[in-house]
Design a protein around this ligand. Sequence first.
Ligand SMILES: O=C[C@H](O)[C@H](O)[C@H](O)COP(=O)(O)O
Length: 227
Amino acid sequence: MDKNAMKKMAAERSVDFVEDNMILGLGTGSTVVYMVEALAKRVQAEHLNLTCVCTSIRTEEQAKSLGIPVKALNDVDHIDLTIDGADEVDANFQGIKGGGAAHLFEKLVATTSTRNIWIVDQEKVVDTIGRFPLPVEVIPFGSQQVFNKMAKEGLNPEFRMTADGQHVLTDSKNYVIDLHLNQVQHPHLLASWLSEQVGVVEHGLFLDIVDQVVVGAPDGVKILTAK
Ligand SMILES: O=C[C@H](O)[C@H](O)[C@H](O)COP(=O)(O)O
């Protein structure tokens, strides 16, 4: 089955968890695009009264264009539920995000949210995270020094570049360094090391954050719940 079809299945199922009057976090990425479309249909059909907080300019533009009410993270006092995509998730519900360079805003919204649901296709459910390059957002100033430290640590860093050779910029105008690790055996240790590095704004290890994962698979949608 096509990967996008599996993403769409998971995305469409996930909006069943949305209830009237919720303050809802909306993630970022190709799976979230399907979710926002499905959410807009529910909002319209059921006249749901929702307040949505977006994790990127892209998602905000899509939500607004479909008539979904949007507020800034600073303007809400809590978030009931956030639905987001992910790049990888393991059996312990530890994950990697940031393939779309949105992990800083995503982590802020996720850690404000009472509940977090991820929507993925089955290929993203892995035994050990790390095959997907781990994104790290860094400020441009001195980023080469941060890169060098990562290289010395054996983390195989690579600046994320556009096709025409420019640095990919996050919504905060920072750079992204992708770490080619193959596998992350000790995610909490790596997360601590990365957080300690001056110049690192946020890394894409999302540890102990997600509550449920909605997985699109050829034989249907599976809902995994954290122990
Ligand atoms: O920065 C982007 C996000 O973390 C996405 O949620 C993640 O990369 C998954 O994206 P997609 O749904 O496009 O595979």
